[in-house]
Design a protein around this ligand. Structure first.
Ligand SMILES: Cc1ncc(COP(=O)(O)O)c(C=O)c1O
Length: 217
């Protein structure tokens, strides 16, 4: 019941944010971040109508996607090239492609599996040294390189703004960059800030805590 209640509340807030921004609620897709959460809770979310889930660890994605193949899985964590094969084909969308070496490995694995892997480029909007992501001024060059790879389809941008301060300006800058690059999808907004992300144009919001409760890690 608790997961269903969390989902209901998040859906209501998404609808309200869309109304404030004059957006069609169908233009925003909710991704439930199920990292560390057991299959039992994910099944509760599925029973409440949730169809998209995201994981942060390659191994955890592999286990859960193999156990629950009927839902759409997304990958939103830091991805090491040696773990790319666990994720390719299982994730409908990989949100965290942030460097050429990873893109090349993903394309190689996708080709071997006979699939086209959909990806987003992760952008380090706050230019934080400890964070993953391509800096905004290098995104166009990375996009060009990714587009030249045979088995990847780059559909948009993703960001995790700095924990401190108002994220709105960062969401806006990601939307502007997406516009400049001709990319449609914007993966931005988590439990604390998905409403402002939607007001700034998010098409994919990644919400964990507000649906499933606090995580241990
Ligand atoms: C990339 C990413 N997006 C979204 C989330 C979900 O965050 P929250 O639980 O604050 O909604 C996480 C959580 O680990 C994450 O790593």
């Amino acid at each position: 019941m608790e997961v269903a209640a969390g989902l209901g509340q998040v859906r209501g807030r998404i609808a309200a944010a869309c109304a404030r921004a004059g957006r069609d609620p169908g233009s925003v897709r909710l991704i439930a971040v199920s990292k560390t959460k057991p299959l039992e809770l994910i099944r509760e979310a599925v029973a409440a109508g949730q169809t998209r889930f995201a994981e942060n660890y390659a191994q955890e994605l592999r286990e859960k996607a193999d156990a629950l193949p009927g839902v759409e899985w997304h990958f939103v964590g830091a991805l090491q090239t040696n773990k790319a094969k666990m994720v390719v084909g299982r994730a409908a969308l990989i949100h965290t492609c942030d460097r050429l070496a990873l893109a090349q490995e993903l394309s190689k694995r996708a080709k071997a599996a006979g699939v086209t892997q959909r990806v987003l480029l992760e952008v380090n909007v706050g230019r934080e040294p400890q964070k993953a992501g391509v800096v905004p001024e290098d995104a166009a060059a990375l996009l060009e390189q990714v587009r030249a790879l045979p088995s990847l389809s780059c559909e948009g941008l993703m960001c995790i703004p700095p924990a401190e301060g108002d994220p709105r300006g960062h969401f806006r800058s990601l939307r502007e960059l997406g516009g400049t690059l001709g990319l449609r999808e914007l993966s931005m907004g988590m439990s604390a800030d998905y409403e402002s992300a939607i007001e700034e144009g998010a098409t994919l919001v990644r919400v964990g805590t507000a649906i499933f409760g606090e995580r241990a890690r």
